[in-house]
Design a protein around this ligand. Structure first.
Ligand SMILES: *Cc1c(COP(=O)(O)O)cnc(C)c1O
Length: 374
């Protein structure tokens, strides 16, 4: 055990600290994934995933489990749902939108509507592109984890609906933490992963989508095998199975994490996470720390806090590790300029307070001129 050091408070947006019930679920049962126990588990994950998503008509939707991280779920959608010759429009205002563009470009003729990171999506330019060009799919990120910005899926969905274009939403970091009404927003497919706001272990992706859209995929030419979304859907529909060997312990843990979310109650859960995120922002502002984004809707998942001038992120991170906390810094244009505080795992207000007290000590330490009294 101690070969790997110690455990940390994970205030990064995945991995997160899991609850003991989720840890226990990992080793709770031993059965064969080709027998009825596993089918019952997979059906239960589907039922609970759609309930957590808040769909009003679950029979019209399906939720498939793809073994792999969130990107595997995104790739399964982008590799499967666009017919040959179809075009994809990706909206990007941060790292994860740009990643959707890269993944889609491997399989599809893909256009990106680019923005600076953390800039609001330009809905007028989007409307113009949808008017002037033919697209088969629009792909976007709900919560852009690289900044904390929550993108306006409802507005994008209305434009997609008006032009008869399907909408795929990457909810990898927002699912179960920031509400999104699939039906009202005109979402066709949405993806998430086990190891972010759901607060289970990483290693599984969930792809949810309208059943009629999943059915239509059977007509298309497969463009890869392992991540062919239609195979996952057809195995679930026909046999309540996965096409290949599933990561059963991870699915047991995911199932438990979904039950914990439902037992808490989704309105209560969203309220708790909103409250915790507000608490982080209050504690940061009390110290005179500025936030990256002040004029746009923010997620309940992550707060990006600017580092005070002259503070080196790597020194800051290492000193916080000594205090037992793990945080991420900025990427791309935010590299070295900010740190991110995420409260989606087993975190409460007292831990947030302890974290900011540690930040105070670390900033004093880093700011202190060395050898003052030498
Ligand atoms: C984490 C994340 C992903 C997927 O990353 P993986 O490393 O594959 O799990 C995709 N989109 C968003 C918005 C994310 O936060």
């Amino acid at each position: 055990m101690d070969a790997y050091g110690k455990s940390y408070h994970l205030l990064c947006p995945g991995p997160v600290n899991v609850r003991p019930e989720v840890a226990a679920a990992l080793t709770s049962w031993e059965f064969c994934h080709r027998e009825e126990e596993f089918s019952a588990l997979l059906e239960n994950v589907q039922r609970q995933a759609l309930e957590v998503a808040g769909v009003r008509n679950p029979e019209a939707w399906a939720a498939v489990v793809v073994t792999g991280s969130g990107t595997a779920g995104n790739e399964s959608v982008l590799a499967t749902v666009v017919p040959d010759g179809g075009r994809v429009l990706v909206l990007a205002n941060g790292e994860f939108g740009e990643r959707l563009f890269r993944v889609s470009s491997v399989y599809n003729d893909t256009v990106v509507l680019e923005h600076d990171w953390a800039e609001p999506l330009d809905l007028e330019r989007l409307a113009g592109m949808l008017r002037e060009q033919e697209f088969s799919l629009v792909a976007m990120v709900h919560h852009e984890t690289s900044s904390g910005v929550l993108n306006p899926v409802e507005d994008v969905g209305a434009l997609c609906r008006a032009h008869g274009v399907r909408l795929f939403v990457d909810m990898v970091s927002s699912y179960s933490a920031d509400p999104l009404d699939f039906e009202a927003c005109g979402v066709t497919f949405a993806s998430t992963s086990s190891g972010k706001a759901l607060a289970s272990y990483p290693g599984l992706a969930l792809v949810m989508g309208r059943r009629d859209a999943f059915e239509a995929l059977g007509e298309l030419r497969p463009r890869n095998h392992y991540l062919n979304l239609y195979r996952y859907y057809a195995f679930l529909r026909d046999k309540a199975q996965t096409p290949n060997t599933p990561a059963v312990p991870l699915i047991l843990a995911l199932d438990r994490a979904l039950s914990l979310a439902l037992a808490e109650g989704m309105p209560e859960r969203l309220e708790r996470l909103a409250h915790l995120a507000a608490h982080v922002r209050r504690r940061a502002c009390e110290r005179g720390l500025r936030l990256l984004v002040e004029d746009q809707p923010l997620s309940n998942v992550v707060t990006s806090v600017m580092l005070p001038a002259g503070v080196d992120f790597e020194r800051f991170r290492l000193a916080l590790r000594e205090e037992g906390f793990v945080v991420y810094g900025g990427k791309g244009p935010f590299d070295g300029r900010l740190f991110q505080v995420s409260t989606i795992g087993d975190v409460d207000e007292a831990l947030v307070d302890a974290f900011f007290e540690a930040v105070d000590r670390v900033l004093r330490l880093i700011a202190a001129p060395t050898r003052l009294h030498a």
